[in-house]
Design a protein around this ligand. Structure first.
Ligand code: OVM
Length: 400
């Protein structure tokens, strides 16, 4: 479509939101990383970065690479956002500092410590039902079932209609990409889910004592308005479900692909705390996010003009050989800290300890009981403009 005016910037014409790319991103990341520290994606008229070092530097400089014009392809200063912008994800300081402070106080360490035994019991019961019981779909029966059981509960959502959360999140994450067929189909499916979510975020529909109502307590304390509170509750629902669903699903998939790693973990259960981070490094749920430049800025010797969109391939940074030895290897003994699966900088995932807790209790439940995670069929991909997602994962948990 467009050639880049600056001939020193490599131009790539592949469709990074096309079915082929989304179905098998890892086999194409080498091409992106190899193009250089900064490249031009001609089909969309945006810049891209796929190496760890440059993505890290970009995410660190939030004053130059801003979020308030959207972290998707759409520039909120030119186009109407698909939904009212998130007060966390799609804001810059000072608003971001205030809203993040509110949420941070709710998702506290002490809140999570109280949850651990409760969630462990839930995970134990769930795993007991599927171990040695023949083939299962680890997406439906585990990766979706577990978060949908524990997360809406802790937010204090209405009991009815919680399955709307998945359809809503699918459309939300697709909306960060172009208005392609993938987005349009998920948007059509999510119309009623969006209505359910909007209602679920209202004060009168939240249960007392949940994290949702705690946001309204912050409104009562003058830290935000009533309207902001509703939108912050929406952030819990947008960011907290499909991310963990796919994080858990991708982690089970990683072990099914690498049975020796499961054996290793059973020999050394102390490695359990590292597993989820390595799983996210190896196969990141959130593959990409954009930033927008707030000024003309020099990047890798080229000038990127103000108002440019830059697509950051977080999942490619997580397998950048310049950063990681043997990056294609899923290795639970590796120290995966520094991975971009939770992002980096001021916007780094606020709920990461919740996600880790979910993954840890599931692994802890499986470890003594599951000798082997064996494929019982081919995994089925669910294409999404942002998420690396599974539609189905047929496996068998062989009893120990
Ligand atoms: C939000 C939000 C939505 C999607 C993702 C996300 C990964 C946050 O509404 O705040 O973080």
């Amino acid at each position: 479509m467009t050639m880049h005016a600056d001939a020193s910037i490599p131009s790539i014409d592949i469709d990074v939101f096309g079915d082929d790319f989304l179905a098998a991103p890892y086999s194409r990341h080498d091409l992106l990383r190899g193009a250089g520290p900064l490249f031009w994606l001609s089909k969309y008229g945006v810049y891209g970065m796929a190496r760890h070092q440059e993505i890290s530097a970009t995410l660190k400089d939030w004053q130059t690479f801003i979020s308030s014009r959207g972290v998707g392809l759409s520039d909120f200063s030119r186009e109407k956002p698909w939904r009212p912008p998130s007060l966390l994800l799609e804001t810059d300081p000072p608003v971001h500092d205030r809203t993040r402070g509110i949420m941070k106080d709710i998702v506290s360490l002490s809140a999570l410590q109280e949850l651990r035994p409760v969630w462990q019991a839930e995970a134990d019961a769930l795993i007991d039902r599927v171990v040695g019981a023949g083939p299962l779909d680890a997406v439906a029966e585990l990766a979706q079932a577990f978060p949908l059981r524990v997360f809406p509960q802790i937010i204090g959502l209405p009991d009815e209609g919680r399955d709307n959360l998945l359809a809503y999140a699918m459309a939300t994450f697709n909306a960060f990409g172009p208005r392609n067929e993938i987005f349009l189909v998920s948007e059509a499916k999510a119309a009623s889910a969006a209505q359910w979510v909007a209602q679920a975020c209202e004060r009168r529909n939240l249960k007392p004592d949940g994290w949702g109502m705690k946001v309204y307590a912050a409104a009562d304390a003058g830290r935000c308005t009533e309207e902001e509170a509703a939108r912050l509750v929406r952030s819990f629902l947008s960011a907290g479900v499909d991310t963990t669903v796919n994080g858990i699903g991708n982690m089970i998939h990683a072990f099914a692909c690498n049975p020796a790693q499961w054996e290793r973990l059973r020999e050394r259960p102390a490695l359990l705390k590292r597993v989820f981070d390595e799983a996210l490094r190896w196969d990141s749920t959130v593959q990409t996010f954009f930033r927008t430049t707030s000024r003309d800025v020099e990047v890798a010797g080229s000038t990127v003009p103000e108002g440019s969109k830059i697509l950051l391939f977080l999942a490619a940074a997580n397998r950048d050989p310049r950063k990681w030895p043997d990056p294609e290897k899923f290795d639970i003994e590796r120290v995966a800290s520094g991975h971009m699966g939770f992002g980096f900088g001021i916007h780094q995932c606020l709920g990461q300890m919740v996600a880790r807790l979910e993954a840890e209790v599931i692994l802890a439940a499986m470890l003594p009981k599951v000798r082997e995670i064996r494929f019982a069929g081919d995994p089925v991909r669910l294409l999404n403009n942002t998420l690396h997602s599974l539609e189905a994962l047929p496996v068998e948990f062989i009893a120990a």
